[in-house]
Design a protein around this ligand. Structure first.
Ligand SMILES: Nc1ncnc2c1ncn2[C@@H]1O[C@H](COP(=O)(O)OP(=O)(O)OP(=O)(O)O)[C@@H](O)[C@H]1O
Ligand SMILES: [Mg+2]
Length: 290
């Protein structure tokens, strides 16, 4: 039996993961019984951070696959290099192993980023590796996975462009872990850490930045609010100004940081810039930040 509470604390300390105690507990539990893990959450919610921390903690090699419609089975499994096959035949030296085969051979974490962008034909090439831990490479060999092979995948449920529906057979082979936005207190700590805000004004900058992104998530004019990345970028930018108490500077930095990170509802008369400006003014006028 692993001591899950202690393992979670160690992961948090070693990899500077703030909070996520519950989710890490679930992941460590699933990992300890050899399950494949699917981390689901909105953009910027910390999926990659958590997956990388887990892989590093278990001291496994990290084999990363970023999915798109163009990801074919051979990108995942591997392929025979045609010129080498002609000169040497179908032997080990002619084969270029892909990340799935390498993770199974060497024992490591196969990290499949945005698995819901993986085409169906490629999804199918994963099935036996995920449950029977076997990968058949025709004309070469059958790989039986090393005991330390494990799979962590991520998916963003609201991504639409280029997304295929995850096949039932594939999704059935994963344990599901949900990451939602963290509480404001934890987000403030993340912003301070990631933007290196250790000067006198750091607390205030982190709090204002967090409050601004929180309002983008609650605003009825905004379809998709900002992730923590918006607040981190905003904090880093505003920290560079000589005067970070100036409303004008906050507005400028917020428009730069948030413009690409939010999506407006259809049919609005206001521009993104105006909406961001109004949010910044409202936050700066709050008595806590005066
Ligand atoms: N719990 C946390 N502790 C420390 N830093 C965090 C935490 N959650 C998120 N971050 C920071 O927030 C940023 C975004 O996190 P990350 O890249 O892991 O998100 P993601 O869900 O993988 O995003 P995407 O959907 O765009 O791939 C990173 O700078 C990361 O360091
Ligand atoms: Mg990511």
């Amino acid at each position: 039996m692993v001591d899950i509470t202690r393992t979670v604390k160690e992961i948090q300390n070693k990899y500077k993961v703030i909070g996520r105690t519950e989710e890490l507990r679930q992941i460590v539990l699933a990992h300890s019984v050899g399950k494949n893990i699917l981390i689901e959450g909105e953009v910027g919610v910390g999926k990659t951070t958590i997956a990388k921390a887990i892989a590093s903690f278990f001291d496994a090699g990290f084999y990363r696959v970023d999915c798109s419609e163009e990801l074919l089975p051979h990108n995942l499994v591997g392929y025979f290099d045609p010129p080498l096959v002609i000169s040497q035949g179908y032997i080990e030296d002619s084969y270029k192993y892909g990340p799935l085969a390498l993770a199974m051979l060497n024992g490591g974490c196969l990290f499949i980023n945005e698995i819901n962008r993986m085409p169906e034909s490629t999804q199918n090439s994963l099935l036996t590796s995920l449950d029977e831990r076997i990968l058949e490479i025709p004309k070469l060999k059958t790989i039986r996975a090393h005991k330390d092979f494990f799979v962590v995948a991520t998916q963003n449920p609201s991504a639409h462009v280029g997304v295929t529906v995850l096949g039932e057979a594939l999704i059935d082979r994963f344990i599901w872990i949900k990451l939602s936005y963290q509480i404001p207190e934890e987000e403030i700590l993340i912003i301070k850490q990631e933007a290196n805000l250790d000067n006198g004004n750091g607390d205030k900058i982190a709090k204002i930045s967090q409050n601004i992104i929180q309002i983008t998530r609650e605003s009825t004019s905004i379809r998709r609010g900002s992730s923590i990345r918006g607040a981190i970028d905003l904090a880093i930018l505003i920290n560079q100004y000589d005067n970070n108490n100036s409303t004008k500077n906050w507005v400028e930095a917020a428009v730069m940081a948030l413009h690409n990170k939010i999506e407006l509802e259809d049919g609005l008369t206001q521009s993104k810039k105006e909406i961001i400006t109004n949010i910044v003014l409202a936050v700066l006028n709050k008595s806590d930040f005066q």
